[in-house]
Design a protein around this ligand. Structure first.
Ligand code: SF4
Length: 551
């Protein structure tokens, strides 16, 4: 069998020049799996852009790629853009895969394809680190962060790339400082084909919200990169052609406030020096609103959006899920404080909590109207392994493994009622008129507080101007001519369309279109109700990644 596979390998391999080869040279194929469509995939927006194919470059697998010996050859393929081909598998000595639970089926599919070519497979990343037993097919499991497991893996593959007789599990026992790790190998990715750039400053979160697996996976004491590392990575991203905006994927950007306060002056100086080439966004706990000095510096550094896990507007529910940090000041005041510094809030919301009542959906709709938050990821509760929620529901026999369900939780309210409530909230939140009116609020109340970025050459480089013109043309055609909500589009866009606000028109149109179309799919049952579930839907063939999930 092995000989036959090797023949297949030979037949499909791309012709290569025969060159003397170091005996320990290895060819590593890093494959990042497709995401099933979900709220944060933004797949509906790609058709409005100039060639965007996926959401953000994945940090973890690019970091491992950078940590491999310098003389090894590494190829990176994000299957959200294009599938790895037979030639890629044939070329490789080993195939590395990384992913989250939501990508579980696609992760296994890559393993199957690699094994068809007889290639040794390695799986790392958050899903396998949390649940190694989900993946019996892989040859090596890399459990935990980059560290001693990575060193062991490199040593093994240097010695031998044959498939082991049985699965080998390598574990990182000591978490390494981020300052000891290299910059992700952005140069291997088609950075200019992503909607956003991604970067990581810290890992870990000091809080312990009941549903969240971040503290268990990455620890409660945040580990940090140095400001110099962050600046070098931003340079690398911009030089690689990152378009528009870079997202800090930290679990909680203000997990260590002192460190953030030290980082921000470096970001400000870098933006000034390079002519504010990009906007910035991050994930942070809502209590960032209590740090006006940090918010002021974030404004000056060009931060435009903060994703906050508000989860629920109800105080008792927040106490129940151990998210009391959201209650240090009234939630609406927190949102306003962030808006006053020119930053828009994106909110995570969870339905299906034990404290939910039949009125929870309406209270959420009221909260959305009061807060004027345009974009909210409204999830159904999903219990993740290695969380206090998982432990509690296991003891109570309230976990259900059934891919036909929208959640693995046995809710206290009837399941059908909860799903109906979720659909109702999605429908109401993303009616074009109400969504546009929330953006109208932002343009009147948040945008005027934003830093006026200089009209620098970096911002108005010919490629950026061309990108803007192409996007505007597509937006006018798709939303202004073809969309059934075109009257609403023109009603608001004609108000906004003036010098200095074109970027707002583009950014808003992209978001509106995705949100409206996604909500329609959600209400029709064509998408998952939780961004953390790995249920496959009929649209799973479409390539699209997911917004970072933690905070
Ligand atoms: S939900 Fe956010 S604040 Fe809570 S533990 Fe997770 S990362 Fe930390």
């Amino acid at each position: 069998m092995k000989a036959r596979l090797q023949n297949v390998f030979a037949l499909n391999a791309a012709p290569r020049a025969i060159t003397p080869q170091q005996p320990d040279l290895r060819r590593i194929l890093c494959v990042f799996p497709r995401y099933s469509p979900s709220f944060g995939t933004f797949e509906y927006s790609y058709g409005l852009t100039m060639g965007t194919r996926a959401f953000m470059p994945p940090q973890g697998i690019l970091l491992i790629a950078a940590a491999l010996p310098k003389h090894w050859q590494v190829r990176f393929i994000d299957e959200n853009m294009e599938p790895a081909t037979d030639r890629d598998f044939a070329w490789a000595d080993a195939v590395f895969v990384s992913g989250m639970h939501i990508q579980r089926h696609q992760i296994d599919d890559i393993c199957r394809r690699a094994h068809r070519f007889g290639k040794v497979t390695v799986l790392g990343g958050p899903s396998v680190s949390s649940c190694p037993d989900y993946y019996p097919s892989f040859d090596y499991l890399h459990v935990g962060e980059a560290g001693d497991a990575t060193d062991d893996l490199i040593a093994i593959l240097t010695h031998d790339v044959a498939r082991p007789a049985q699965q080998v599990v390598l574990r990182t026992k000591v978490r390494r400082e981020l300052s000891d790790l290299p910059a992700p190998a952005y140069e291997l990715a088609k950075v200019d084909r992503y909607l956003l750039g991604s970067i990581q400053f810290s890992s870990g979160c000091p809080y312990k919200c009941e549903f969240c697996d971040i503290p268990g996976l990455y620890g409660r004491v945040p580990r940090l990169k140095t400001p110099e590392q962050v600046i070098a990575e931003l340079d690398k991203l911009v030089d690689a052609g990152v378009a528009g905006s870079v997202y800090f994927v930290d679990d909680n950007f203000i997990a260590n406030r002192k460190a953030v306060a030290e980082l921000l002056p470096h970001l400000i100086a870098w933006q000034k020096k390079r002519g504010y080439p990009i906007g910035l966004s991050c994930e942070a706990t809502l209590n960032i609103a209590r740090t006006p000095d940090i918010l002021a510096m974030m404004r000056e550094a060009g931060f435009e959006t903060i994703f906050c896990g508000i989860e629920t507007p109800e105080a008792d529910a927040l106490k129940e899920i151990d998210k009391k940090q959201n209650l240090t000041m009234p939630i609406l005041d927190s949102v306003r404080a962030i808006n006053q510094h020119g930053m828009q809030v994106v909110s995570g919301i969870i339905l299906g909590l034990d404290s939910d009542t039949p009125n929870t959906g309406q209270r959420l709709i009221d909260f959305i109207a009061q807060s004027q938050i345009p974009m909210l990821t409204i999830n159904l509760l999903q219990a993740l392994p290695q969380t206090p929620l998982w432990d509690r529901l296991t003891k109570a026999d309230r976990l259900i493994e059934d891919e036909g369900r929208e959640s693995n939780v046995r809710f206290l309210l009837p399941y059908d009622d909860v799903v109906r409530m979720w659909k109702h909230c999605m429908k109401e939140a993303y009616q074009p008129e109400t969504l546009y009116s929330r953006y109208q609020y932002q343009i009147e109340n948040t945008w005027p507080n934003r830093l006026k970025r200089p009209n620098s050459r970096a911002r108005f480089a010919p490629k950026n101007v061309l990108r803007g013109l192409v996007m505007l043309t597509k937006i006018f055609w798709t939303l202004g001519v073809r969309a059934d909500y075109r009257r609403t589009f023109w009603k608001y866009t004609l108000r906004w369309f003036r010098p200095g606000q074109i970027e707002f028109v583009i950014a808003t149109s992209i978001c509106v279109h995705h949100l409206v179309m996604f909500a329609r799919d959600a209400c029709a049952g064509r998408t998952n109700a939780s961004h953390y579930a790995h249920t496959q839907r009929s649209q799973g063939e479409e390539a699209a990644p997911q917004i970072a999930a933690a905070e």
